[in-house]
Design a protein around this ligand. Structure first.
Ligand code: NIG
Ligand code: FE
Length: 401
């Protein structure tokens, strides 16, 4: 007997065309059966301990936000005033603001305070159907502080009914203590931080910010190679502000994803397609930084590069906790279809986290993470520039209270 059976749903499985009048059974936190309700092997009440009527609602995999910086102290409201006066994100960073101003505020918080600061942001994501969220470190920029952020990410997942996937954002900005000594910081990351994160099983993957205002391709390559040597997956903040060949680096090193990718070239798109690297599109930071160069969506689509969509929630370029808004921005600014934004926050997001075998699709054997929506059809994802709220969220087989 199954733990639960959901009948009368319209299932957007992310594998096949939407399935009408479907039923979905859950057992031991996984999807045990999925198909047309008419093919159920018996009367519903005889098959499961609990039977829920879906009421014809649209069912999708639980949303996956595969790129966030939820853990940070303070805010950057004053920086936004500078931007209104015409100063760019890059110029503010070059003048010592940007990421480094968040570092001071983040370093002053202990683990419990970091979790407390992130809770409302995580809850906002969950309210829109997020069942898995990636959380990066990157705002402490010293070995102990970065490990504290990763422990806080784990703690956040214990506190809330959401699966947290922690990422060590090892190269984000140069720590003030290492001003004038870039190589020294890269060495510490390679020889201390990455090994400590791996030994403590504190991160699934290692990320780097490969950019003119951040770290070079060569510096990033050293850290990503170290991550691989320790058995960690890799990701790259790539080609956000300039064409650096960063997405090409991601492809060459077998990274799970290249994120941002506004300036990615045709050659690097081909490399990503060949390597199976996911392009993670982050429309909130595109809009907030006033970027005008769109990611090459048509070329990536033509090349078969899987495209994920994420909030990039952070205090500097994407003060946003709304998957609904981000899906709408991805449609309005990047020309994605409704099905593409939904795939971007389910099946392709799972792949960007290395979770493609268990998350992001509705299929037998997959984790029973799904949402029921009061939306007329899949075409309504990314239609309203507003938060979207599922009627029901099921995570690991259990209805979220
Ligand atoms: O994804 N690009 C680097 N990291 C963040 C911004 C971080 C910040 O400005 O605080 C991003 O856009
Ligand atoms: Fe980011």
């Amino acid at each position: 007997m199954w733990d639960a059976l959901w009948t009368g749903i319209e299932a957007a499985t992310m594998d096949l065309a939407t399935m009408d009048n479907a039923a979905l059974a859950v057992h031991d936190g996984r999807i045990a059966w999925l198909g047309p309700e008419s093919r159920l092997p018996g009367p519903p009440a005889s098959l499961a301990r609990a039977v829920h009527a879906g009421g014809g609602r649209l069912a999708t995999p639980g949303l996956i936000d595969c790129h966030t910086h939820l853990l940070f102290g303070g805010d950057r409201a004053a920086e936004f005033a500078r931007r209104a006066e015409g100063m760019s994100y890059a110029a503010i960073t070059a003048a010592g603001g940007g990421i480094r101003s968040t570092v001071a505020a983040t370093r002053s918080l202990d683990e419990a305070q970091l979790v407390a600061a992130a809770l409302p942001r995580a809850r906002a994501l969950m309210a829109e159907g997020v069942t898995t969220v990636e959380v990066k470190s990157g705002y402490a920029l010293d070995v102990e502080g970065e490990l504290r952020l990763l422990r806080a990410a784990r703690a956040l997942g214990r506190e809330l009914d959401v699966e947290v996937v922690p990422t060590l954002l090892a190269l984000h900005a140069l720590p003030p203590e290492h001003a004038g000594d870039r190589a020294g910081w890269v060495r510490r990351v390679v020889h201390e931080l990455v090994p400590a994160a791996a030994a403590g099983r504190l991160a699934i993957s290692v990320d780097v910010f490969c950019e003119g205002i951040a770290f070079s391709v060569d510096e990033c390559a050293q850290v990503l190679e170290a991550a691989r040597a320790y058995g960690l997956a890799t990701r790259v903040h790539a080609d956000q502000l300039t064409a650096m060949g960063a997405a090409g680096l991601a492809a060459r090193l077998g990274a799970l994803s290249a994120d941002h990718v506004e300036y990615t070239t045709d050659a690097d798109i081909a490399a990503m397609a060949a390597a199976g690297t996911v392009a993670v599109l982050l429309p909130a930071s595109y809009v907030v930084t006033g970027e005008t160069r769109r990611p090459p969506v048509a070329a990536m689509r033509a090349a078969g590069v899987p495209m994920a969509v994420a909030t990039d929630c952070n205090p500097g370029t994407a003060p946003c906790t709304s998957p609904g808004v981000v899906m709408a921005l991805a449609r309005a600014h990047f020309g994605l279809t409704a099905l593409e934004v939904l795939a971007g926050m389910t099946v392709h997001a799972a792949r960007a986290l290395g979770l493609a075998a268990t998350h992001g699709r509705l299929a037998v054997g997959m984790r029973a993470d799904f949402c029921l929506w009061d939306l007329p059809s899949v075409d309504h994802f990314g239609y309203w520039l507003s938060p979207v709220h599922p009627a029901v969220v099921v995570r690991a087989g259990r209805v979220r209270a």
